[in-house]
Each structure stands twice: as structure tokens, then as C-alpha cells.
Ligand binder design. Structure first.
Ligand SMILES: [Zn+2]
Length: 490
């Protein structure tokens, strides 16, 4: 058996590395208790990534040179601007927010903020807007840089066998780690002073090389097929210690003896046990759970029925509500527009959802477009760029136009009011003003169109709720800081 030791990037942990004689040239040492075993040192990858993000996307730095070219922070900022961050339109890099670029206070410790700034969709969005946006004209090095980090993050955070690290040389994740190590070496040769601190760069190199060596060792000695790299981060260790300390009762700082005892107990302790001396007896608990569930489903059914009924009314009614009244045009202050490329991507997603339920061959032909024909169309640019794993679908022109109509109605409905309880009915009022296209074969046209409208609007409502919640959270944080500042001044 071999062992590895993981820790975060704090300086005292680096002191341990020094004592064991571990540095970037020598990443493992002999186990102090057993000369047959090796001891590897690993730093927490998420912590390293956060340090890497903080030092590369620094406001004082703004841009830095790499072997790929000059990477600039304003490319990320230009992207936020280009996609109208504040507007409710659908976006390619939908996760990116200003907080990703300038994390404040505790946000600096947030792992998703660090991984999402190097997301695949960010580089795809940059590539897509590059021809149109002047500020993104020179963003090719930034895109390459983002892709490099994205692939590395994927390789170092695998949680399922499919994404795991394999020994074979054509493993995508292994390639990603090797590519990053090579890039780092080139970078240090290319530039005298790279923006990444010495401790972070040593940590990254040692951790990545140790990961590859542990993988080889696990294959040779233990006959493992793959390594799920998420287990190498510090989280599982922290989880384990928190369970242990929690189990010690009032004593938060158990001594080694007590720790060993509790560990033995915990190893044989079954977690699935009915709560003792619980004031609700088993049958009552079950009943209340079942009842609560029924309440939810029945109310859901009612509102769902009403919604489907309103789509029916809309499709059946021949007369249109006259659009373009003066009140409507006066109040159109919100000019959000979802671009065709994003719309096409979403339409492709609708095709994927429909393929599971639609059995009719003619209908399927009406909603989908072949990959060869799809790739030629300008509107499918994002799908082609996004297709990292393959399997994305292309929507037919009819379906695309229908979703475009629906999106227009949605954006018009929310331009008048913020997202609230009435939004869905606002949307259906807007829908009634349009002559919606019908999609599907002659026989199923009505049913299929109804289904598409249902799926699309419900999905869109989910997005709206998410962005509304985000706005609400931001407002709350702002109030909090304002209050704090007021206190400091008074
Ligand atoms: Zn059909």
C-alpha cells in the first residue's frame, strides 16, 4: 500500500513539504514508517485554482503574456457587456457575473466562482462574438487560455467513472493535465516573471505530477482501472474530520486516543436508524409525509390544467387581440433581445426533449434538421462551437421560428413588469397577440405545437425565476453593505 498526503496551500503545510524534502523536482519521498512505501504530497486543487484565478485576473494586472499570446481581463468584461448581463435575454455564458471577475470578501473562497470564470461556454461565447465585437477581436489567446484551464479543471474534478482519469495515453483528461504542465513549463521559459506566485506554481506542478504518478501506482500495484480525481481534493478529508469531531459529542478537540476510538465506532455504525425517542410515531410520520405530498400534487395539477387550457384557447381562437396599442409601445423600456445563435441552441435542446416523447416519424422530421444541413447555417454557430462531447441536435427552421416567436412574447411580457406571480398569465396574453406557427405532421400538428409551447414557456419560466432570485440576492447584499457602512460612519 502506498499513501499520499493532501493539504491546502497554507505556509505551514509547505513547511512540512520542506521537511520531507518535497519540491517541484522531487514530488514523493519514502514513507517514514515503512521503507517499501512512498509518500506523495498533494495540495488541494480547488485552493490552487482559486489562487491561480486571483493572481491572473487581478485588476492591477489587467493583461499578461503567455505562449498563446496576450490574455486580457477586459475580454471577460467585454463579454458581460456584449451579452447584456442585466437583461433577461438568454445568454451563452449565462453563469458569468461581475462577481466572477472581482470577487469580494468571502466570494474569493467560493470554488464555483473560480471554475465558472474558466467555463467552456465562456470561451465559446468569446469565439462567437469575436467577429462582431471590436473589444473581442484579439481574444483568441484568452479563449485558448480558458480552454486549457477548463480541461484541467474537468480532469481534476471527476466524480464518475466515465470522466475519470485512465492510464491509457489517449485519455482526454490525462492529455489535459500533460498539456497544462507543458504550457506552464513553456510559460516560465517565455516570461521571466509570470503573474502566478511561486507557492501556487510549485503547488500546481507537484500536485499534477503526483496525480499522474498515483494513477500509475494504483494501476501497477493495486490493479485499479481508473482514478476519480475529486477524491484527491481536500473536501473528502474535511468531511471525514467534521463527522469525527461531530461524533465526539461536546469535545470538539479529541485527543488521538479518543479519535481512534470514535473512528472505530464510526466504521461499524449504521447511519440508517430510526430516531430514538422521537415524538412522532412511525405511522403518523409516514401519514403526514404522504398527506403533504398529495396537497402539493393536487394544487399543481389544477394550475397545470389551467395553463394547458390557456394554450388550447390560444391555438383554437381565430381572432387576435389587436397589438400595438399606444400604451404598449410607450412602456417598452426593456430592450432585451435573445440572439439567433442562442435561440437555435435552445431550440436544439427542445428537439432533445421532444425526441423522448414523439414517436411519429413525420413529426420528428418536422422538428429536426440533419447535422450536415445544420452545420451550414449561421444560426447554429454556437452549437458547432459548443459540441465538446458531441450529440447536440439541430432544430428545423419551423421549430426555430416558433421558439423565436415564443421568446419574443416572453421578453415582451417581462419588459412591462418584473418577474412575479402574474408573469405566466402576462406571457399567455402576449402569446394571444401572435399568430403562432404550427409545427408537426398534419395529423399531430395541434398536439405537438401545444407540447412545444408548454415545454418552452415552462423552461423559460425556470430561467426567469433564477435570474429574479439572483437580482434579489444582489439587492440584499447591497443593503447589507450599505447598513454596515452607515454604522461605521455614525
Ligand atoms: Zn406526426
Amino acid at each position: 500500500m502506498q499513501t499520499f498526503k493532501k493539504n491546502d496551500g497554507a505556509s505551514w503545510n509547505r513547511g512540512v513539504w520542506k521537511i520531507f524534502g518535497v519540491d517541484e523536482n522531487n514530488i514523493s519521498c519514502e514513507h517514514p514508517c515503512d521503507s517499501l512505501r512512498r509518500l506523495w504530497m498533494i495540495s488541494d486543487f480547488n485552493h490552487l485554482l482559486k489562487c491561480f484565478r486571483t493572481s491572473t485576473l487581478d485588476d492591477r494586472l489587467q493583461e499578461f503574456k503567455t505562449p498563446y499570446g496576450t490574455v486580457k481581463k477586459r475580454h471577460w468584461e467585454a463579454l458581460l457587456e456584449e451579452e447584456n448581463y442585466r437583461q433577461p435575454n438568454m445568454k451563452i455564458a449565462y453563469k458569468l457575473t461581475p462577481a466572477h471577475l472581482n470577487p469580494k470578501g468571502f466570494q474569493a473562497m467560493n470554488v464555483p466562482l473560480a471554475t465558472e470564470v474558466f467555463g467552456h461556454e465562456v470561451s465559446v461565447a468569446m469565439a462567437h462574438y469575436q467577429p462582431m465585437c471590436n473589444k473581442l477581436k484579439d481574444s483568441t489567446p484568452t479563449q485558448k487560455f480558458i480552454d486549457l484551464i477548463f480541461n484541467l479543471v474537468q480532469a481534476m474534478s471527476s466524480r464518475i467513472p466515465r470522466d475519470a482519469l485512465y492510464v491509457k495515453d489517449d485519455c482526454r483528461n490525462k492529455q489535459a493535465i500533460l498539456k497544462f504542465l507543458q504550457f506552464f513549463e513553456d510559460w516560465e521559459k517565455f516570461e521571466k516573471k509570470i503573474p502566478v506566485s511561486r507557492s501556487t506554481s510549485v503547488g500546481l506542478k507537484v500536485t499534477l505530477r503526483a496525480t499522474l504518478e498515483i494513477l500509475d501506482m494504483l494501476k501497477d500495484v493495486c490493479d485499479f482501472k481508473y482514478l476519480m480525481t475529486a477524491t484527491l481534493s481536500q473536501d473528502p478529508l474535511e468531511r471525514f474530520f467534521s463527522v469525527m469531531r461531530y461524533s465526539c459529542g461536546g469535545n470538539d478537540h479529541p485527543d488521538p486516543k479518543m479519535f481512534a476510538q470514535v473512528y472505530r465506532l464510526a466504521s461499524s455504525f449504521s447511519l440508517i436508524r430510526p430516531p430514538r425517542e422521537c415524538n412522532v410515531s412511525g405511522t403518523d410520520l409516514l401519514k403526514s409525509l404522504v398527506d403533504a405530498k398529495e396537497v402539493l400534487t393536487s394544487s399543481n395539477k389544477d394550475s397545470k390544467g389551467l395553463w394547458l387550457q390557456s394554450i388550447d384557447d390560444m391555438l383554437e381562437s381565430t381572432e387576435l387581440i389587436l397589438k400595438g396599442s399606444s400604451i404598449d409601445t410607450d412602456h417598452d423600456y426593456n430592450e432585451a433581445v435573445t440572439s439567433d445563435a442562442v435561440q437555435s441552441y435552445i431550440a436544439g435542446y427542445i428537439v432533445r426533449k421532444l425526441k423522448k416523447i414523439v414517436k411519429c416519424v413525420n413529426c420528428l422530421q418536422c422538428i429536426q434538421m440533419s447535422a450536415e444541413a445544420g452545420k451550414k447555417l449561421q444560426r447554429n454557430d454556437v452549437i458547432c462551437k459548443m459540441d465538446l462531447y458531441g450529440g447536440l441536435l439541430f432544430a428545423s427552421n419551423e421549430l426555430f421560428s416558433l421558439t423565436k416567436q415564443l421568446e419574443k412574447c416572453v421578453l415582451r411580457a417581462i419588459s412591462k413588469n418584473l418577474t412575479n406571480l402574474e408573469t405566466i398569465s402576462d406571457i399567455s396574453i402576449e402569446l394571444k397577440k401572435e399568430v403562432l406557427l404550427k409545427v408537426g405532421c398534419f395529423e399531430h400538428e395541434y398536439k405537438l405545437t401545444k407540447k412545444i409551447i408548454d415545454i418552452y414557456i415552462v423552461m423559460r419560466a425556470h430561467f426567469l425565476v433564477k435570474s429574479a432570485n439572483r437580482r434579489y440576492d444582489e439587492a440584499k447584499i447591497k443593503t447589507k453593505t450599505n447598513r454596515k457602512n452607515a454604522k461605521l460612519l455614525s
